[in-house]
Write a protein that binds this ligand. Structure first.
Ligand code: BGC
Length: 703
């Protein structure tokens, strides 16, 4: 089958002119001034329909079947009738907006993230989009970087599990199915290491850290059959990712066997001149193509320069053919040659269905993380009068978060309305629009809920901050409210971990809601009033203050760690070194006890089992995210103090127990060794079954 496809693709390539080949590598933005003749003459292989509208045809602002069919028809008027692949940023849902990716990661539920991706695929394909620029798989250790919102947090294991589930959700088993979408793992690779948390900035990553931390989610996506990758803007270790032959060709194709195609990021080919490794556009295009970068997003430099470079003998026909072949292969696999058009009647059936909304609500419920709950203030029960205030009380589209080109404000119930509806009978809910009014009204209520945090425009692409505190004015509001001494719940909306050290101490209960998507209000109502229980965990460390970043749980020990005695240990003079709350942390409305850790064998040969009893000792049902960590005590290279190797959801009624068991295989302990190879090293290991990355029952084994 694959052979038949390859030979029909080769036949097609044989018929193509030089210009038609270069056309396949060209991806302009679908702007009003796009010349339709470029499509008719085969000079465009893909259209980027990034931010809606822009067709100049009076079409709707969102992707839709008519827009795509219009462009597809023009492309099919070309000599060889090669269909377009139309791409768009469908990042966390299409019209049904799911929680931001970082929030979905907090659910520690890859199956659910996969289901969300399959809803997004159905909706986007019904709108004529066959390719999404997602998932973003960048590991992020610095929350100043605004794009931390778009990724899965700091951990390579969690990132890899999510990558594989999300790719399967978008693509299914058959990319040609009308409701499946080609996925694009981005930004390959190292983008999250941008210095100072400033987007587009450069970074340095050592080879072992690249291999063991930044690459695993991408490798998982490739193993799951992803069709495309996008190169990162970053200059990593002196070679911009867009021109990095070692990563784009040797690692991706050579080591991992990837046979799809790589697209640049927006104008990142031309930007090679700014990085100072290309003297002009033509040089930039050659460097990128020869590195293994197949499609040029938006800047048109492939289109404008590759023909001449070929005539001058600076690039070969084989190099061009290989890039064309990869693109045609994915178009073929996506069924575009057989079915280039979208059935416009699908939109009314497939978009914003009640099932999709219900899933978005479930995803939002599972993504919120309970950080504190003194005296079990939450869920709010038995209160006669509750005051709600803060900049999010009337939130609608503000609940979406970054990158939601297709979400619509009219689909969202305002947050105050959702919360009013969720309140139990007999509870009056008051809302105050301003801090002054809130402080006045607070005297007359039994509890206060502050709905605060970052507007979505404060996170996402190039929305970096130098200060991780709450946005200006909010801390003072919390101070004044806390001084009144009423039971105080803080709900924090954010696209990143914020340094809420003071507020965590002041409030009785704190729920981290991220940007929870279009059902975020209903989900919050479910949690605050106890229709549902929180189960989310931090997929990224919560720092005490900006000065602690970069901060992440899987760091190496220093020569003078905190566990040793003496003054000259790793520390700040003005701040503890420990984070505010660690990776993996999250409370529920009940309590869980961990007992009877058992490691099946003293020595791991092939694999062993690690198990423990988990008991719900509280009064309510709940879901515990049970986590497995290991530490390799001695290595030829220094090893992280802990690494996540597994997690499971234990849903237990009050008083109920279960035995949670993990299989640990030898290959799970492999890492990049001093000689550069990947493998295990014999020696002693610690292992934990734990509620987060700092606690847990500890055992040991040898390898
Ligand atoms: C972003 C990508 C995105 C692309 C297309 C770029 O600016 O970095 O993540 O997919 O634009 O919209």
């Amino acid at each position: 089958m694959q052979q038949a496809t390859d030979s029909s693709i080769n036949e097609l390539i044989y018929q193509m002119t030089l210009e038609e080949k270069i056309g396949q590598l060209n991806q302009p933005n679908a702007s009003p001034d796009l010349n339709p003749d470029l499509l008719r003459q085969g000079s465009i292989g893909s259209l980027l329909n990034a931010s809606g509208a822009l067709t100049g045809q009076g079409f709707s602002d969102s992707g839709n079947a008519d827009i795509s069919n219009h462009f597809q028809k023009l492309a099919l008027e070309s000599r060889l009738k090669i269909p377009l692949i139309i791409g768009r940023d469908v990042i966390h849902g299409f019209r049904t907006v799911f929680p931001i990716p970082l929030a979905q990661a907090a659910a520690f539920n890859p199956d659910l993230a996969g289901e969300a991706a399959s809803v997004a695929a159905r909706e986007a394909t019904a709108s004529g989009i066959k390719w999404t620029f997602a998932p973003m798989l960048d590991i992020a250790r610095d929350p100043r970087w605004g794009r931390v919102a778009e990724g899965n947090g700091e951990d390579p294991f969690l990132g890899a599990q999510l990558a594989s589930a999300i790719v399967k959700g978008y693509q299914g088993d058959n990319l040609a199915a009308p409701d499946k979408l080609v996925a694009c793992a981005k930004h390959y690779v190292g983008y999250g290491a941008a210095e100072g948390g400033r987007d587009y900035e450069n970074g340095e990553i050592s080879e072992p850290t690249l291999r063991d931390v930044y690459l695993p989610p991408f490798h998982a996506a490739v193993k799951a059959g992803i069709g495309t990758l996008m190169s990162a803007f970053i200059d990593m270790n002196g070679i911009p990712a867009t021109a990095n032959r070692r990563l784009l060709t040797n690692v991706l194709r050579g080591e991992w066997g990837f046979d799809g195609f790589v697209v640049s990021d927006w104008e990142s080919v031309r930007e090679l001149t700014h990085h100072g490794i290309a003297e002009d556009d033509a040089h930039a295009a050659r460097l990128a193509l020869q590195a293994g970068l197949d499609m040029d997003m938006v800047d048109g430099v492939y289109l404008d320069t590759l023909g001449e470079s070929f005539q001058q003998g600076k690039i070969s026909m084989e190099e061009l053919d290989e890039a064309v072949r990869r693109i045609l292969r994915i178009k073929h696999r996506a069924g575009l040659f057989d079915q280039p058009f979208t059935d416009p009647s699908r939109a009314s059936r497939d978009i914003l269905t009640p099932e999709a909304r219900a899933l978005a609500r479930q995803a939002a419920v599972q993504s919120m993380v309970l950080l504190k709950n003194e005296h079990q203030l939450l869920p709010l029960q038995g209160f006669h009068r509750i005051l709600m205030a803060g900049n999010f009380i009337h939130a609608r589209a503000e609940l979406f978060g970054t990158w939601t080109a297709d979400g619509r404000v009219e689909d969202v119930t305002p947050l105050d309305e959702s919360l009013r509806q969720a309140a139990p009978q007999g509870t009056e809910v008051w809302f105050a629009d301003t801090p002054d009014l809130a402080l006045n009204l607070a005297h007359h209520v039994d509890a206060v809920v502050l709905l605060l945090g970052e507007h979505p425009s404060r996170s996402g692409e190039n929305c970096n901050v130098s200060d991780l505190s709450l946005p200006p004015g909010q801390a003072e509001f919390v101070d004044r409210m806390a001084a009144l001494g009423k039971p105080l719940v803080l709900v924090v909306f954010a696209g990143r971990p914020l340094a809420i050290t003071r507020q965590l101490a002041q409030a009785d209960a704190v729920l981290y809601a991220w940007h929870p998507g279009l059902e975020g209000g209903a989900a919050l109502g479910d949690l605050i009033f106890g229709q549902a229980s929180p189960s989310g965990r931090l997929p990224i460390t919560l720092p005490r203050a900006t000065g602690q970043v970069p901060i992440y749980y899987n760091h190496k020990n220093s020569g003078r760690p905190l566990t040793t005695d003496g003054q000259f240990r790793t520390r700040y003079l003005d701040l503890p070194t420990a984070p505010l709350l660690p990776f993996g942390y999250g409370l529920t409305y009940t309590q869980f006890e961990y007992t009877n850790l058992k490691v099946s064998h003293a020595t791991l040969r092939g694999s062993l089992e690690v198990s423990a009893d988990i008991t719900n000792t509280g009064a309510r049902a709940g879901v515990e995210i049970v986590q497995l960590y290991v530490r390799d005590l001695i290595g030829s290279l220094t090893r992280p103090v802990r690494e996540l190797k597994g997690f499971q959801r234990a849903a237990l009624q009050s008083g109920e127990s279960c035995r949670v068991s993990f299989t640990l295989r030898e290959e799970d302990l492999a890492f990049t060794r001093a000689d550069g190879t990947c493998g295990v090293e014999p020696g002693s290991f610690h292992v934990w079954i734990a509620p987060d990355s700092q606690r847990g029952l500890q055992g040991e084994f040898r390898l």
